[in-house]
Design a binder for this molecule. Structure first.
Ligand code: PEP
Ligand code: MN
Length: 264
């Protein structure tokens, strides 16, 4: 089902009215790594919207390396996202970690993110195949393109064809950046599959100062959109502050990205 041979035209996934994929335009998603409360997420949602972002990200269930690190606000964080959507009209994307949360996500979230660490959580993928909400499937930390596409196949074989791929950097020997952005996946995915692909330059680099250049390169390479971490006080962010853009910088990236999308 992921294979372009059997589906020559580009798939366009509709996320609460926002279309991802196809030739027309690029979709830029912005928001904090973690939801930190209703005021914070509603404030950043408005800033993302004012900057030209069309969808809001925010983690409520966080897959942290250390069990002692902030684990996310859970259901409260999801409800804060729902409130931010109510106030701004932006559709919301958030990460699911387990099968037990599917009902909560189907009810509340517009685009359900499967994080890098769960790319091969096959029970979760099978369960997401049984619903019809769009899924944002991130590439695993050390997974090949074939493995990534087979994970998309798990979701699609259940009947849910609303899958968007997201490259977020892979593990290499290089330690200067948090991960290594594998940009060649964009034309490779376009060759092998009809699914939309977006780039996450924030987790790919771990460094806000690299986010603009990698975003523009991703658009030039043919990506269908970007998902970027945005925080209005990155120094105090509860997670991933070092890779988060301030709203003014995010606005610049959105504008330059759109300009590049027009000429390619
Ligand atoms: C995230 O989007 O905040 C996240 C944890 O991403 P990844 O799964 O790519 O590490
Ligand atoms: Mn993050």
């Amino acid at each position: 089902k992921v294979n372009r041979l059997f589906h020559p035209e580009d798939t366009v996934v509709d996320v609460a009215g926002i279309k991802i994929g196809g030739k027309e335009n690029i979709v830029v998603i912005g928001g904090p790594c973690s939801v930190e409360g209703e005021d914070q997420i509603c404030r950043i949602a408005q800033e993302v919207k004012d900057a030209g972002g069309v969808m809001l990200r925010g983690g409520a269930y966080k897959p942290r390396t250390s069990p002692y690190a902030f684990q996310g606000l859970g259901s409260e964080g999801i409800q804060d996202m729902v409130e931010a959507r109510k106030r701004t009209g932006l559709p919301i994307v958030s990460e699911i970690m387990g099968v037990d949360k599917i009902d909560e996500f189907v009810e509340n979230v517009d685009l359900i993110q499967v994080g890098a660490r769960n790319m091969q959580n096959f029970d979760l993928l099978k369960a997401l195949g049984m619903i019809r909400k769009p899924i944002l499937l991130k590439r695993g930390l050390s997974n090949t393109i074939e493995e990534w596409l087979m994970s998309a196949e798990y979701i699609m074989s259940g009947g849910n064809e609303n899958v968007i791929l997201c490259e977020r950097g892979i593990r290499t020997f290089e330690k200067y950046t948090r991960n290594t952005l594998d940009l060649s996946v964009v034309p490779i995915i376009k060759r092998k599959s009809h699914l939309p692909i977006i780039i996450d330059p924030s987790h790919a680099t771990g460094d806000w100062d690299l986010v603009e250049s990698m975003s523009l390169a991703a658009i030039a390479a043919g990506a269908d959109g970007l998902i970027i971490e945005v925080h209005d006080n990155p120094e105090c962010a509860w997670s991933d502050g070092a890779q988060s853009l301030k709203p003014a910088k995010f606005k610049q990236v959105v504008e330059k990205g759109r300009a590049i999308a027009k000429v390619i």
